[in-house]
Design a protein around this ligand. Structure first.
Ligand code: GAR
Length: 228
């Protein structure tokens, strides 16, 4: 079933938005797509993936959560559904590559096919990115290429932007770059502030991240079949 844009706009009455490409059904994966989630914060995007997986709507197997913060909210979410988690902190390693190697080894041990950066707030070097080339996706709270970096929502307000949104893209060496998979746009209203805009953007993130995972997983599985 393809939802038309008009239908999508009425899913949440508090604001209008546009998602492109249009939302279509999730692809089926058998066996389920094995993903590793990297997150540094509350983990609301991670939670949405847990929910869709538990409802059987998205064929993913969340093999591991990796975080770089002791007190990240995503840890409790993983514990509550018994998803393995690992805290790997940059400051505990003498070199960034050793930190990244620890993450790489964890993802390999869990046999992860797709790496999902869902609020991961640390920049990876080419060493990490090239190890999982075309197998890492990132969600970012702006309409890329506008407002890259760690304060995208604040920057869009300070800039006086009238429209903003969120993007999911494949991760390449340059920060917040790489080919776009899906974007969602919404108006910034006069009365919006960082808090209200963050809430609205996250509603849209929870829609586009799962569909982007489905799309990326389909590409990864198709390439795998072609090469073997
Ligand atoms: C999300 O809004 C995501 O776009 C942002 O972190 C938030 C995590 O929220 N990511 C970045 O800013 C990456 N540059 P969550 O922990 O509730 O999923």
């Amino acid at each position: 079933m393809n939802l038309s844009l008009d239908k999508i706009k009425t899913l949440d009455k508090s604001f209008n938005y546009l998602i492109s490409p249009e939302i279509s059904e999730f692809k089926s994966f058998s066996p389920k797509l094995k993903i590793g989630v990297l997150a540094s914060g509350k983990g609301t995007n991670f939670q949405e993936l847990i929910n869709l997986s538990e409802k059987g709507e998205l064929d993913i197997d969340i093999k591991v959560l990796i975080t770089n913060k002791d007190d990240a909210g995503c840890i409790k979410r993983a514990e509550s559904v018994k998803i393995p988690h690992k805290i790997i902190k940059g400051k505990e390693f003498s070199q960034i590559e050793l930190f990244e190697l620890e993450i790489i080894n964890t993802l390999i041990n869990y046999d992860v096919e797709l790496v999902v950066l869902a609020g991961w707030m640390k920049i990876f070097t080419p060493f990490f990115i090239n190890r999982f080339k075309n197998k890492i996706i990132n969600i970012h709270p702006s309409l890329l290429p506008a407002f890259k970096g760690g304060s995208a929502i604040k920057d869009s307000i300070l800039n006086g932007s009238k429209i903003t949104g969120c993007s999911v893209h494949f991760v390449e060496e340059e920060v917040d770059s790489g080919s776009l998979i899906m974007q969602a746009a919404l108006s910034i209203l006069k009365e919006d502030n960082i808090e209200t805009l963050t809430k609205k953007i996250q509603i849209l993130e929870h829609k586009i991240l799962p569909h982007s995972i489905s799309h990326a997983g389909f590409i990864i599985r198709s390439n795998f079949r072609e090469n073997y």
